[in-house]
Design a protein around this ligand. Sequence first.
Ligand SMILES: [Fe+2]
Ligand SMILES: [Fe+2]
Length: 154
Amino acid sequence: MEKVLDLLTRAFADEWLAYYQYWLGAKVAKGPMKEAVIAELLQHAADELRHADLVSNRIVQLGGTPVTAPKGWYDKTNCGYDAPDDPYVTVLLEQNIKGEQCAIGVYNAMLAATRKDDPVTYNLALQILQDEVEHEEDLQALQEDMELMVAKKG
Ligand SMILES: [Fe+2]
Ligand SMILES: [Fe+2]
């Protein structure tokens, strides 16, 4: 159980950082198709916060305590935090695609670790993984549309 709690704790830190990265990205985004990008970032932010909620519930169920202070997120995170210092939409999309790819790896590892003897955590990881895969696809679709638009103009 210690190992699963550790995986959940790290994922919990990732979710909060992902939430903030999306939330702030939506505030500062600039560039072509800005409205569509902002709508997508906001939707993802809401999903990541929901994931943090789900993961923390499971941590508590297993007798653990979710990271109690935000500075702890940095100690525990797998995927880190990419500050949206450059608010240009293509940069934001690139950063967030990288984050989603990392999250997909995190939940795949959680699935592998819980497959045999922890069906509850397994189901949770599967449910979240489905969202992360969809997030990656949505961001890549936006990126593609943007490239087509730029190609047409040029
Ligand atoms: Fe997430
Ligand atoms: Fe995500």
